[in-house]
Design a protein around this ligand. Structure first.
Ligand SMILES: Cc1cc2nc3c(=O)[nH]c(=O)nc-3n(C[C@H](O)[C@H](O)[C@H](O)COP(=O)(O)OP(=O)(O)OC[C@H]3O[C@@H](n4cnc5c(N)ncnc54)[C@H](O)[C@@H]3O)c2cc1C
Length: 577
């Protein structure tokens, strides 16, 4: 079969190749994105004008291209070759008249164009987006209350409790500046009620929006009966749903290590800890990741003597060690005992206490605890859906592999959220959900985001996005740092939170920002600016020249960029000789 030339369509000038999206030898579909071009005006994806096997690239990263330049040679798959299609600015791209497959007809209890399993941030977002695009959608959830882990037993209740913890610590702290409110009197019932009201308000909101969008909900446990049929065990027996397309958004659950007596209610996972049954005198937190440390902040503020043990050398593995240090220092100052490189071998349930056995370089002095929280990670629910009946491949650990359009190996079934891989974060799930729903509705969409920010809502908060220094060193990626200490920020001094800093990582060749880490109050809000800067390909000067309001913590982002390019005036940095 003769090879055809794929050419650059009209892109309104010239643009540089910044990313090759497929490899030589890959099979590409007609209109699938081939490469990303960037001009001084826009970033755009160039789609293939025909489907087939990409035989040879005729361009490389950094080449400047304009209309008519040959991009690659393609062995066509027999379909007619269309004229080159003009690319849309990323994120692309909708066809004029998208079409989703019609709902199947048959003997099932329900029929729909799209069924979504799971109503977490992934599932309800996918269901709502698909409905807004005109699809007839059924959302299946095993619990009566919609919203998944994030809303019911994750992001939302934990942040409601962390707010309370922050107020308690803040009130203690302002005594130093002459505002002594005395010790907090904690009404646990009211605090629990606040958390439950927050969750209830949002959950009702989701149920209301499902109705407004005419998304039908079925309450029950779903399993695949075939590639186009779900069998759902409801309170009234088994119901069947025939669907043209499906999205699996069944999430994840806490890992339950076998060394713990799980039948004892004093042993908790994160869901139990959020129930706030009481404030234990001594709490052992096993696992110093984000969830464990957030709960350590909550229980420590409420009055527990908290001990954290982490198997790895550092708390919050994944974040750069310098970001974690201010948090570790503050926790220690507040009396939280922290032991890294320490393993819990076993916990035994006694009448008066849970007794832990440790192993490691530094082990806790005390062995007895009133409660133990095990927060050592989450495992995906992919293996619990009889996905094999639909032909969907699931890994041994329960993850489901997907492509850039969130399709599984069965093209009409998509998967999103925690069960497709790390990072297990709500904002990743919602973005994947929109991609899957739009593709299911017939739109030409794929995952285009470069980075996913991570945030620990501890006190201080820790946030990072893009490349970390640890990763850069491990992969020998060249980078330079611009770091602005909050001790020089007027706002941070005013609020008495000078322990933080803002650190930006730049590509030394292009001066583009490629990563960031922020520790300090509201770091989770501040990181969003850097995520946008990375998506937009901003250079240090773009950030430094953007006027940030004064006096704010957001200025520290601009100032970190100024430190990098040497234009900072709010610090004195002697010139290198
Ligand atoms: C304590 C805690 C705090 C967290 N804090 C944050 C945070 O601050 N920010 C953040 O981004 N992420 C946070 N996360 C992670 C976040 O909650 C998850 O990444 C997110 O909920 C994943 O969304 P999802 O849609 O993939 O699945 P989930 O939210 O897990 O939802 C899956 C849904 O599917 C349902 N389901 C499963 N199997 C079936 C079945 N067979 N039939 C019917 N229904 C089924 C489940 O009941 C569930 O409702 C936190 C998690 C925890 C535990």
């Amino acid at each position: 079969m003769a090879a055809i030339e794929l050419k650059v369509p009209d892109i309104g000038g010239s643009a540089a190749v910044i990313e090759l999206l497929v490899k030589e030898g890959d099979t590409v579909a007609s209109n699938q994105g081939l490469l990303t071009l960037e001009s001084d005006k826009a970033t755009m994806e160039v789609p293939a004008s025909a489907g087939g096997v990409l035989k040879q690239w005729k361009v490389k990263l950094g080449d400047t291209l304009s209309e008519g330049d040959v991009i690659a040679l393609l062995e066509a798959a027999g379909e007619p070759v269309a004229a080159p299609v003009a690319p849309a600015a990323a994120p692309a791209i909708s066809t004029p008249e998208p079409k989703a497959a019609p709902a199947p007809k048959g003997d099932a209890n329900h029929h729909c164009q799209l069924v979504v399993i799971g109503s977490g941030p992934g599932g309800y977002t996918a269901a709502f987006r698909a409905a807004d695009l005109g699809m007839d959608v059924i959302l299946v959830e095993r619990y009566a209350q919609l919203g998944g882990v994030c809303l019911n037993v994750g992001c939302i209740p934990s942040k409601a409790l962390l707010h309370a913890a922050n107020v308690i610590e803040e009130v203690k702290h302002v005594a130093d500046i002459g505002l002594d409110f005395g010790a907090a009197k904690i009404d646990l019932d009211k605090l629990r009620a606040h958390k439950e009201k927050t969750v209830g308000t949002l959950s009702k909101g989701i149920a209301g929006m499902a109705k407004q969008r005419k998304v039908r909900t079925v309450t029950g446990v779903a399993e695949f009966a075939s590639a186009n049929r779900l069998s759902v065990t409801t309170a009234n027996g088994v119901e069947t749903i025939d669907f043209a397309q499906g999205i699996i958004a069944a999430g994840s659950q806490p890992v339950k290590l076998p060394a713990f007596p799980w039948d004892d209610p004093r042993v908790m996972d994160s869901t139990d800890a959020l129930m706030l049954a009481d404030v234990p005198k001594r709490l052992l937190v096993v696992g110093g990741g984000i969830i464990g440390l957030e709960m350590a902040c909550v229980y420590s503020a409420l009055g527990s003597a908290v001990t954290v043990v982490e198997f790895m050398e550092q708390l919050m593995p994944g974040a750069d060690p310098d970001l974690v240090k201010p948090l570790q220092n503050l926790l220690k100052k507040r009396g939280v005992a922290i032991h890294t490189s320490c393993k819990v071998l076993k916990v035994t349930a006694g009448k008066k206490a849970l007794t832990a056995e440790f192993d490691g370089a530094s082990v806790p002095e005390g062995k007895d605890y009133e409660r133990v929280l095990v927060s050592v990670g989450r495992s995906p629910n992919g293996g619990k859906l009889k996905a094999e009946n639909a032909g969907v491949q699931v890994s041994e650990r329960g993850f489901i592999a997907v492509d850039k359009q969130m399709r599984t190996n069965v093209p009409h079934i998509f998967a999103i959220g925690d069960l497709v891989g790390q990072p297990m974060l709500a904002h990743k799930a919602t973005h994947e959900a929109k991609v899957a729903a739009e593709v299911a509705a017939g739109h030409k969409r794929q995952w285009v985001a470069r980075v996913i920010p991570s945030v620990a809502y501890t006190d201080p908060e820790i946030a990072w996005v893009g490349l970390t220094e640890t990763e850069a060193k491990a992969k020998s990626i060249a980078y330079e740092v611009g770091k602005f200490p909050w001790a020089a920020s007027g706002r941070a001094i005013g609020i008495g939170r000078t322990e933080g800093f803002t650190k930006l990582l730049f590509d030394p060749a292009t001066h583009r920002v490629i990563g960031a880490g922020i520790v300090g109050s509201h770091a989770g809000d501040l990181i969003a600016e850097v995520a946008l800067a990375i998506e937009m390909g901003c250079e240090a000067a773009d950030i430094g020249h953007t006027i940030h309001p004064h006096p704010t913590l957001s200025e520290t982002v601009a100032m970190a960029a100024e430190v990098f390019d040497g234009s900072i005036t709010d610090l004195y940095i002697p010139k290198k000789k």
